[in-house]
Design a protein around this ligand. Sequence first.
Ligand code: 5AD
Length: 350
Amino acid sequence: MKKDFIERIIENTQKGIVPKAEDLKLIFGCDDKALSPLYERARETAFSVYSDNVFVRGLIEITSFCKNDCLYCGLRRSNKEAQRYRIKEEDIFEICKIGYEKGFRTFVLQGGEDGYFGDEILVPLIEKIKSAFKNVAVTLSLGERTKESYKNLFNAGADRYLLRHETADSKHYKKLHPKDMSYENRKRCLYDLKEIGYQTGCGLMVGSPYQTEESLYKDLVFIKEFYPEMVGIGPFIPHKKTPFKDFEKGSVKKTLIMLALVRILVPKALLPATTALKTADGNGLLKGILSGANVIMPNLTPDEYRTKYEIYDGKTTSDKKCIKEYLENIDNELNKIGRRLNMSRGDYKK
Ligand code: 5AD
């Protein structure tokens, strides 16, 4: 019975029929044995498009300043105890240089919405990175900006942009964000990015406060319609200095199920096994890959800043020691499940 149910869900999802809220509830209630065909189909789907490759992105957390006040995030401006830093342009370039020598071919410049990083700073930085290093992709993850700014950064050479939609339910969006932010503007940004020509990533936290199966259904419908090139999915993890400090963290299992459904719905998407997943579960990285993820994002942020980029409690820093050794270890683990690390740019397959 459960087996037929999961088979039907897989078949429908593959046809683009998104599981309704009540079905999502039932899927979440299934045990691992019943769910295994779902994960298996997600893995097969990733394999059919990207073969055994797991792509590597070097993450650089360039600023912990943020003008926004999202209720879930430790970097929200109301958190007066957050330690703020911003990495100078020259230093960001140097971090890319070290990363390049270690084989990284995608750099993700991520940060809070920090007015310092205007186009006048970012355009020359992106141009410098793109001209100094061959076959490199630059991904930006710097929040909401004007269409004009997105265009300027794209023209400077940025290839990809990550902007999680957070939730596709506008009422839910309001509960997670201050009054001056809206789902409508978020969507505007995402559609602008896509129109400009970026490989565009949306995404969500699983288990964020006030999330329901209905809102997760809306997320899947949005993802199907928007058809992003990338999707970041991780569990919500509370941060002690936010209004959501007493909420429970998101379920790893539900996160893996959402990952698998997104993989089947958007077969060519590049899906990271996120840091939050790794933080919530020591084996999160491999579990993510086994549920259809095909990207990892090791952190290249220098130690002196890294602990200050605290978007949630206990954010893992395990990949900080020797990056070469860290990658070798992951590659070994991946080999056991028929996957291997791929250090190339790893673009979306058109
Ligand atoms: N738990 C998990 N993920 C979080 N993010 C922000 N705060 C948290 C949290 N407490 C995610 C959001 C955001 C990205 C930068 O990190 O989805 O888009």
